[in-house]
Unconditional design. Sequence first.
Length: 253
Amino acid sequence: MSNAQEDSGDNFTVPPPFDSSSPGDCILQSADDVQFKVFRQILILASPVMADMFSLPQNDAKTESNGAPPHDLPLISVAEDAETIRNLLLLLYPTSFPDGLEVDAAIKLAKVYDKYLIPKARLRLAIGPLYASKSTLGNHPLELYRLALELEMMSEAATASRFTHKIGFKDLYTALPMDVFEKLLDFRKRREEGLDNLIAVIEPRKSICGTHASQDSDFFRQIAALKNLTTRIRTRRGEGEDAAALENVIGLE
């Protein structure tokens, strides 16, 4: 595998242990003509689809006339781009996770995992940090919400759902498949019910806490205001900017 082949595809550089100087018995070539040297057994163990793929007849490696080791390895072309193949291999090999995984790259990886029927435990660990970043959640709330649902990361899905409150109801309905949309509504309903339950639990303090009565009074005025917002939202959804503003305050969307 030449350096020209290794660096093709917008000058993408293949990192070790997949570059031309690394050990391997097969070449994966991405859709943008970048080549990765890999051990097929690792891919076979990770994916039944890849196992079937490698069971098909491959080009035989060529051996030098003097009996030297093969200089050409079997080559298999795949439909994914170089970045996605690199990230996938980093997750399949016993190496560190991809650094600085972006949202778009994570979505591509999830699709590849589905395509090749690969168990998703390491993928879930790799994309977990995306849900710890408020800026990332704020910039990609729907994408991260859908991704978490697809990967059955329900805690992360609940977190991402809270960042969809700035998106209008009609836009959400248009953008999301029905099952994903219904799950989002369920998250919102549970938040509203959680607020009701919180109020029901703490209201008895008004009659038993005399020492901190003034503090309790201020506290319950705030709770009452939240309760009032909740009631108004439930009765005024769909009434334009006023309803959207209320939902934004309490985070029910």
